[in-house]
Design a protein around this ligand. Sequence first.
Ligand SMILES: C[S@@+](CC[C@H](N)C(=O)[O-])C[C@H]1O[C@@H](n2cnc3c(N)ncnc32)[C@H](O)[C@@H]1O
Length: 362
Amino acid sequence: MTPSSSASSTLALVPGKNGHQPTAFPGTGANTEPLRAAPGRPSILDLFAGPGGWTHALNLLGLADLGIEINPDACATRTAAGHATLCVDVAALDPVRFTGTTGLIGSSPCQTFSAAGKLAGLLDLPICRQALDDLAAGTDTRAELREHCHDPRSLLIVEPLRYALALSPQWIAIENVPATLPLLIQIAAILRSRGYQAWTGLINAADHGLPQIRRRALLLAHTHRRPRPPHPTHASDACGPDLFGPGLSVWRSMATALGLPPGLHVRTRGNRSAGAGGNVFSADRPAWALTEKTRSWKLGNLDDPDGWRHLTSAEAATLQGFPPDYAFAGSRTAVFRQIADAVPPPLAVVVLSSLLGLGDAR
Ligand SMILES: C[S@@+](CC[C@H](N)C(=O)[O-])C[C@H]1O[C@@H](n2cnc3c(N)ncnc32)[C@H](O)[C@@H]1O
């Protein structure tokens, strides 16, 4: 599927899980027709929607979104899960088509900024900063700036601001790898100048009960609520309740989440030997952050060189917080990539609950 595929022909308005209607952008006409929200319905737009980490969380909260996603496998996963999806390039659309959006979510691709990737995005930070300033000033310079990027994907990080400025949604949630935090802080400043209240910072999925050390940068903005990050419920060391709070449980281990016996380890490079940074961690702690290379992870006992096996994609999905019946489409490589790219739904639930004042929905 090419990025220029007709939006109208690929818009799959299928009912969400739990009987929700998907967020309404029921445009069905030509590609230029605005996909307006139906009156009175919440309209949440999810840029770079992947297999549906944010979407599944919204469903758990009784909400639904329209996801925009370019990868055909991720789109197939979303469709199988009943998520409304537009399989096109976020950067190629005019946001005005989504007039009526009240909530905007944006988790742009992180590989270019990620420690697990080649970090070309770090070299592109000044260009991204320029693009954000230009958008704030009302000028779209993405096309010329993209020419100067080490990795053209870097500039996708400005898309949530482009949509936010065009649509003025009531609330915005942006998530990405920690290296992007300076850009999220810049976006927050621009949003504050437009009347939003905004919070930026880092959160760790393990602090919210996920069996995975996954640190992420977050921007939360709202037009009439003061956004706050969710309260941690877990920590590396448990602590009991005191005057200041109900206490924290100890981080959930990978072995507990997967029902494995104690004493196992993970080799992140399969059978290959450890490099300088090491490649072995204990399954009795939270897993290291999942990446697309998690397909090479092997589980076993350090005393039994022959007893090692690959982590299954179902186990990876569990570590990412997806329910067992969530079906990922595509090859083994494609499935691991989608799982690793996803926002863990339980983390998205607590983030959205906190942003929207829905209480603790876990
Ligand atoms: C970090 S993942 C998003 C995870 C997702 N938001 C979730 O909640 O599970 C980034 C996604 O952006 C998609 N993507 C990359 N470039 C895109 C583009 N130009 N337009 C739309 N989607 C794109 C990738 O295929 C990938 O699924």
